[in-house]
Design a protein around this ligand. Structure first.
Ligand SMILES: [Zn+2]
Ligand SMILES: [Zn+2]
Length: 271
């Protein structure tokens, strides 16, 4: 079992210590995990939300992962990061990633037009189509720059799990956003990157993986091969949640392998 998207207290929005995350991973019988704490920058680069640098130094993060690797030899623990893409914060984050030199990076979009996608403010005065399309355009724009240091694009369709969305149906159906989603998936494949099945959406109002099955299937049909699976857990009880279900979706969509990483190089685990 694999969980390649996990947060620890090095992320501002998470208070679970790294050893507690590893304990939970052991209990969930996970064999491969990636610790992927946040590096995010708000629209105003002066308001840095550098999680791992804010409270702790990158050295603290790196050493904690090393200690976890020694303490849990039965789990293959990958040293990762989840970076947030914004145009203005890109250079700052890219330089930081270079300094930290992790084995695996998830490139995500959490902010659009200076607004945090998790909160209502971004959605106010926008129809669902406007809000979702604007987000997807931003994801598309992020791919090429992110390909310089990230291996996968995180949680495509993230908006559907936002807090208190003002829409009756929050799901992002492939059929309704197929043009931009195809552009995104093709661009990811051209840049030798991958996508993840993020299971956190199953615990949200959307009740689907992010992205959902139709997008995963389409990615496969377009030739996509690099696929990771992650719970995006911020609390111990969510570590490894629904990863078995994600494997099932992957198999149904025609994938024979789930990807893990060492030294930024993909390793394919047969499923
Ligand atoms: Zn994220
Ligand atoms: Zn995350």
């Amino acid at each position: 079992m694999i969980d390649y998207h996990l947060h620890t207290s090095f992320s501002k929005d998470c208070s679970t210590g790294i050893m507690d995350v590893c304990d939970a991973a052991k209990k969930a019988q996970l064999k491969y995990i990636a610790i992927t704490d946040h590096i995010d920058v708000y629209h105003n680069p002066e308001l840095v939300a550098w999680d791992i640098n804010d409270v702790h130094s990158p050295t603290g993060y790196i050493n904690s992962i090393k200690m976890a690797q020694e303490k849990y030899p039965e789990i293959d623990i990958t040293f990762g990061l989840e970076t947030g893409y914004t145009e203005s914060g890109y250079d700052m984050v890219a330089n930081k990633v270079k300094d930290i030199n992790p084995d695996f990076v998830i490139g995500s979009v959490h902010f659009v037009d200076g607004l945090d996608l998790y909160y209502e403010e971004y959605y106010q005065d926008k129809t669902k189509e406007q809000a979702y399309n604007r987000y997807l355009e931003h994801v598309y724009k992020s791919i090429e720059p992110l390909s310089k240091y990230a291996q996968i694009i995180g949680h495509i369709g993230y908006v559907c799990k936002a807090f208190e969305l003002p829409y009756e149906n929050v799901n992002m159906k492939y059929s309704e956003y197929s043009i931009v989603l195809d552009d995104i998936l093709e661009c990811i494949i051209e840049n030798n990157m991958g996508i993840e099945i993020n299971t956190s959406g199953l615990l949200s109002r959307a009740k689907t993986t992010i992205p959902d099955y139709d997008v995963i299937l389409r990615y496969r049909k377009l030739g996509g091969e690099i696929l990771t699976v992650g719970s995006d857990a911020h609390v111990p009880e969510n570590v490894g949640s629904n990863v078995g279900f994600a494997f099932e979706l992957a198999r149904n969509a025609g994938f024979k392998y789930i990807t893990t990483y060492k030294n930024k190089e993909p390793l394919f685990i047969h499923i």
